[in-house]
Write a protein that binds this ligand. Structure first.
Ligand SMILES: [Zn+2]
Length: 382
């Protein structure tokens, strides 16, 4: 492999820290009747030794994910975040706002315009430039950061929200790595990226979403004085403690991948052997990676339910498991439903009370880790 160049600082010094082998593009859901085989591409994470940005090595795929239903947890976090930003005096009536959103949805614009801000058109300057899970979708991180930084009007603020690398490490969230997401941020790595664009951090907030989401507020250095507040320093200290720039720490994600894949396969095989027909919920990218890694097929998991109409009638990439509707899930009265997105637990329990009323239970896939189990059917390390 040729050493990649950092997507942010262009350095070629770094380490391959996670290699998931060849994986199907998690954005491409084939029709249920499509026998495959699906295309597969290497899925690897590289950590820049110069700036500390964790990133996707190569990505030959084109994003095609059917737009998902917006989880209630995401909506609630957006409301919480906008409330905190407004309370800090960083977004208020009369200001202009520009948003760089995620292709997967979750816009904050209605919340901000509801508070009296005005959304500007493409390329126009704004007092508040917000990036909410958008930046990670840019292959050229330096260019994308420069673009956002240039949109901020004099005296304005740049807000960046991301799923934190610290949370990925501490939660063993190896399957956050996916094609189409080019960067996995820490505040530590964003600090020099912002500095190159002429910005420095002012404050930060942490949220429980995805096991750990961070919102940063940065201002242009040329606008005058200002210093990072205690929240920024606490975040940097916490990240240093977690080892966000240590390749040895990042490499432990590979152990987590193996343990969770074994755990899921072992648990499903045991349920199957006991004659229980278990189903899944949440046809997200994280489920694609976990199912593929664990070598689970429709014999062990006959369906994964998802609320997005765009995914129903399709199948999970890299497996023969069909995506079913929540209505079908409920009708089947499964004794257990394995949930691939922990954040959805309160929401699914509330939306589908029939599952538990019929004696079924929800099982968080992330709790099934099993380092010592056998590896029958398991996709081996590559
Ligand atoms: Zn770098």
């Amino acid at each position: 492999m040729t050493e990649p160049a950092c997507r942010a600082c262009r350095s070629r010094a770094g380490d391959l820290v996670l290699d998931l082998g060849d994986q199907p593009p998690c954005d491409y859901f084939p029709a249920a009747g499509d026998p495959g085989p699906d295309p597969e591409y290497p899925l690897q994470m590289w950590l820049c030794a110069a700036c500390g940005l964790a990133q996707l090595v190569a990505d030959p795929t084109v994003p095609e994910e059917p737009r998902g239903a917006e989880p209630a947890a995401l909506v609630a976090q957006a409301e919480d975040a906008v409330r905190r930003v407004a309370a800090a005096g960083l977004a208020g009536p009369g200001q202009r706002v520009a948003e760089y959103g995620s292709p997967h949805g979750g816009s904050w614009l209605p919340l901000l315009t509801g508070r009296g801000l005005t959304a500007v058109g493409d390329g126009e300057p704004a007092d508040v430039v917000l990036d909410c899970f958008g930046l990670m979708h840019a292959a050229d991180q330096a260019a994308a950061m420069a673009d956002r930084a240039a949109r901020v009007a004099p005296g304005g603020v740049l807000l960046l929200q991301f799923h934190s690398l610290e949370a990925i490490i501490t939660g063993g969230q190896w399957n956050a790595l996916r094609h189409g997401h080019y960067a996995y941020y820490s505040t530590t790595a964003l600090t020099p990226m912002l500095a190159r664009a002429g910005y420095s951090l002012r404050t930060a907030w942490r949220f429980g979403l995805y096991g750990g989401t961070v919102l940063l507020a940065a201002r242009r250095d040329a606008d005058g004085t200002g210093r990072a507040g205690a929240a920024v320093n606490d975040l940097l200290a916490s990240e240093a403690h977690a080892g966000v720039t240590d390749p040895a720490v990042l490499r432990r994600l590979g152990d987590s991948a193996l343990a969770r894949a074994r755990g899921l396969h072992g648990w499903l095989a045991a349920e199957n052997a006991a004659g229980r027909r278990v189903l899944g919920y949440g046809a997200a990218s994280r489920a694609v990676a976990l199912l593929r890694r664990s070598g689970v097929d429709r014999h062990l998991l006959p369906g994964v339910a998802d609320a997005s109409p765009g995914k129903q009638g399709l199948r999970m990439p890299g497996t023969d498991i069909p995506v079913i509707s929540p209505g079908q899930l409920v009708q089947e009265k499964p004794p257990a439903v394995v949930l691939f997105l922990s954040d959805l637990l309160p929401e699914v329990r509330q939306s589908y009370p029939e599952i538990e009323a019929a004696g079924g239970r929800w099982v968080d896939a992330d709790t099934l880790a099993c380092p010592a189990a056998g590896s029958g059917g398991l996709q081996q390390d590559t």
